[in-house]
Design a protein around this ligand. Sequence first.
Ligand code: XIL
Length: 402
Amino acid sequence: MACEPSAGLPFDPASAPPSVPAGGAEPGNPTGVQGVSLPGPVSDGASQSAPAAGQGAVIHSPVRPDFFDDVGAEGTLRAAGSKRGILVGAAVGMQALMTDPHYRKLLAEQFSYVTPENRMKWGLVQPNPTTWSLGQADEIVAQAEAAGQRVKGHALVWHRELPWWVDEDTEPEVLRAALEAHVRKMVSHYRGRIHAWDVVNDAVDWTGAMRPSLLLDKLGPGYVADAFHWAHSEDPDALLIYNDYAMCWLNEKADGVLSMLTDLVNSGVPIHGVGFQMHVDVRNLPRPMKLQQNWQRFAALGLRINVSELDIPMAEEKEATIEQDLQLQKQAFRNVFRVCVETPACDSVTTWGVTDRYTWVTGFEGHDGPLLFTKDYEPKPAFYGAMQALVDEDTSEWYAWP
Ligand code: XIL
């Protein structure tokens, strides 16, 4: 069966959410491309018996009840993940959360873990040195708790999205005091309510050295260990994570992060895990065995593995058809979820968004977006791939990769 664009929304257009506004702090799809809406559950192995959207009665729910019947009792990512001891998370955009009931429903039904996509970043929570603005972050945490989800705080220390009042003219001791106050404020404010914090984000560059940044220039490399100590002293029960990108391959950057984390662990710094962001094009993913081999080096330090920001865009190969791309994307999601299942240290997989309606990824040029659900909230082949990885007992195929 093909994946032709459907004739319309698979639910009552009268209840359709507002279109995504351009720009803003929580960008939706900045391309404005009206993506492909899939005709209901994509024909795909176990799901073939499901009727296409548009057949029969008007469907008011963006996620059809029959879809869940089709995949059985474990029909949601959160339920299937929980059987494996894996949290399945999503980054949450404030604007979608506040304005889109379909988004909220999908988030609550499918995911067991929530990361605020932006609302806990320093530049947003401390608009000036004496003012804190935590209302929106509080709202995300409250909604997650109401949905029985855990929350990952993101990201305490990052060289990007710093407050405007921190710059190259800031004296080192002023910056250090401000950073410490920020970390302590965030962690104490949410004490007992945050499962894990991304304490330090992106501190290493492509060569594996510490990334040149304002933080490194002014504070020296010790800021990384300091941040973990500050966070731990405010909430000793929270899991503390180092989070970074472009290190899922066995490359220089991964080696550099491994060496930095080895030093931290050996010096008794309270660090409990490492987050692999994995914003990776579908044609550039590491082979599953290599990914696992890489993760195992970090697990050997006693660290948990998080897949912390997974999205898999796929528009590089212009000749590929949408069907081919969607199948490739399905395999890619399946493999990442499967490597997590097969790696005892891997405790969570978080996708960087919920639906292709709202994603920070740009430029997918007509092919569908990087996440598990379409702009119309329908499960994509990638969703089935993730489910397959979580549910299947048969592992004979999971490492197959073109
Ligand atoms: C991104 C958000 O998704 C965007 O909305 C925002 O404009 C920029 O930041 N690595 C991270 C995340 O750790 O915080 C980034 O999130 C994506 C890359």
